[in-house]
Write a protein that binds this ligand. Sequence first.
Ligand code: SAH
Length: 395
Amino acid sequence: MSYKKVYLNSGKEESLKRFHPWVFSGAIHHIDGTPEEGEIVEIYDAKKQFIALGHCQIGSIAVRVLSFEHEAIDTDFWKKRIAFAYQLRKQLKLAANAENNTYRLIHGEGDGLPGLIADVYGNTVVMQAHSPGMHVARYELAEALKDVLGDAIDNIYYKSESTLPYKADLGAENGYLIGGQNVSSIALENGLQFHVDWVKGQKTGFFVDQRDNRGLLEHYSKGRSVLNMFCYTGGFSCYAMRGGAELVHSVDSSAKAIDLTNENIALNFPENSRHRAFAEDAFKYLEQMGSQYDLIVLDPPAFAKHRNVLKNALQGYRKLNAIALEKIKPGGIIFTFSCSQVVSKNDFRLAVFSAAAQSGRKVRILQQLAQPADHPINIYHPEGEYLKGLILAVE
Ligand code: SAH
């Protein structure tokens, strides 16, 4: 199998030699031929030595590397990578488990498939392409997914209308690539049921990445008054309820999120008098609330999507955490998160440190949190690390 060839400028192969999976457009000397958006290309250094194979695209990331070996990128290649990823999820007891059928099966670079996300909800896979190459390969990928997962799934829903680079103009349409008749939108996470709306919901419909952290929250919940700020589908709220919280208040600015939260609470706790949900802006709610809570979750959307707004984002995290730290009851616990990839673990910790100092409270870090094992980080691609959090004890 031979593909069109991309030649790099002298010295620009360095990061690839350390297995970083991206080629930036500035590194390219010339290309033999004119590959289409998403076509597979071979990458060579200035001395014409083969380095890697990948999907090309227009933009600052010009190639996303699929393999550092010269091999065919075909259905067997996809199957091999998907099977490897599935095996890990089975080892982790996330798949083929009567208590849990919600997990991330493919996490882009972390699973050797740059530009591809696949989340599993019961018998449905929600597949999302973030690169033109994965969009072009979508039918092959769907076939490979079905082959590997077999009877474990019936449906593959493709959702890439808003995740592909708009310049590519690929006309991606959301819809089922496989199945679509036998769909159950109730997924199980650690024995709790969640209604997942992948068609209208954010991302693939659910934030799978907080599963382990929700599990931890459950252990802190007994007898506490819980505020779940930025609740979305009410994930943390359901775990707090199961953990025996005295009351749980869920807040999100989106009315649709509040409906989903109420639905999920009702699904798991038909006697739901301990829970209430409010559609309100976070800062407004925090400013107006009293000191009734002794367990607060702060899981905001990414405050910084680009490096140039990093400073503002850090101010945002400081301000948010400062209000919670000022108002939480003595002896309270805060679960605080950042999912901005450009905000490092240290940046975030510094923002929370400033908030603590501003509040004047005694604050201890009980645990440092991160993304779970079904969101693996390719060690050569540190950009894959995005979720960080702290459990704080406030005196
Ligand atoms: N904690 C959730 C995920 C949170 S996603 C989980 O475990 O699933 C971030 C949420 O913040 C989204 O639902 C979004 O609607 C909400 N949001 C964004 N801006 C907000 C604001 N200013 N005030 C309150 N909620 C906001």
